[in-house]
Design a protein around this ligand. Structure first.
Ligand code: SF4
Ligand code: SF4
Length: 295
């Protein structure tokens, strides 16, 4: 499951970065319109204003501006309604980066971040050096690469790369790279998944509608007595959702399935008490409904 999740996260990140380079989506500052799937996308009102009636102008604005924006705005509530916060766990590029920061912190410091209690043995010797080099790349080189690719959304990508190759980046490009670097540094060193939990607007929209989602984490009610109280499910949960928590449904859960895997490792694939389920629970119970005497 984790390999599948890494694949979807990587593919979506790549799509986000390459979309302007491949002309899938970007703004054309000269034409003052979007480029969508290689074709200019604009209202086209300036050219045809004299020949259009008031109702045709209103219809064009409704169809080409208002409805597409409503569709974009509805995307995250709909995702939350059907899949809970699965977008956060399976696609979100920022969430994937935070997981990478977590991984490097665990290897280098033996803890998930500066604020977490020390809990695992860190890497040693050459492995530690390798992780340290990876961390430096992630902190300093990655923001520059990401920034240059994202700049293509607002400036023609050829222009961005020409500035880089000639060594004459514009002030605007330098300022954008500096801001992105600062943002990623603060996120990477200080906030990480706390941002997902408390601040991210798409995440909060999915969280709100996720109450109604049929997809959720469940515990096998019948097998609760087999729980060894190893707490591995809690240790792997970077969202601090407490897989064995007491609430009816923890809407911080992003359906990543890490706790499910941890429980499988502890009790074996057949004995695992946690699973991601879709639809109405039958033999399962929500985690909060576990009998208190078991835990
Ligand atoms: S509770 Fe489990 S599925 Fe939900 S976020 Fe935590 S580890 Fe992932
Ligand atoms: S990983 Fe499974 S066995 Fe271990 S504490 Fe969590 S639910 Fe219990």
């Amino acid at each position: 499951m984790n390999a599948a999740r890494r694949t979807t996260q990587t593919a979506f990140f790549a799509l986000l970065l390459l979309a302007p380079q491949l002309e899938l989506l970007r703004y054309d500052p000269e034409g003052h319109h979007l480029i969508v799937l290689g074709r200019p996308y604009g209202l086209g009102l300036a050219e045809a204003l004299g020949s259009l009636s008031a109702s045709e102008v209103a219809g064009t604005i409704l169809l080409k501006a208002i409805l597409p924006w409503l569709a974009v705005l509805a995307l995250f509530p709909l995702l939350g309604f059907f899949l809970g916060r699965a977008f956060c766990g399976w696609l979100c590029p920022e969430g994937a980066l935070f997981e990478l920061y977590d991984h490097l912190s665990l290897r280098l410091l033996g803890r998930r971040d500066f604020f977490s209690p020390r809990r695992v043995g860190r890497a040693r010797g050459p492995r530690w050096l390798l992780c340290a080099a990876g961390a430096l790349l992630v902190l300093f080189a990655l923001p520059v690469g990401v920034g240059l690719l994202l700049a293509g959304y607002f400036v023609p990508p050829q222009e961005v790369w020409a500035q880089v190759l000639q060594g004459t980046p514009s002030r605007g490009l330098l300022a954008a790279l500096a801001l992105l670097w600062l943002y990623m540094l603060v996120m990477g060193l200080l906030l990480r998944h706390r941002f997902c939990r408390w601040v991210c607007a798409p995440g909060l929209m999915q969280m709100l509608f996720g109450w109604l989602s049929p997809m959720s984490l469940r515990v096998q009610f019948q097998g609760l007595r087999h729980c060894t109280d190893c707490r591995r499910c809690e240790e792997v949960c970077f969202m601090e959702a407490r897989p064995r928590g007491r609430r009816e449904k923890d809407i911080s859960c992003i359906n990543c399935g890490l706790c499910v895997q941890a429980c499988k490792r502890e009790l074996g694939p057949r004995g695992a008490l946690l699973r991601l389920g879709f639809g109405q629970p039958r033999e399962d119970a929500m985690i909060s409904k576990k009998p208190k005497e078991v835990f």
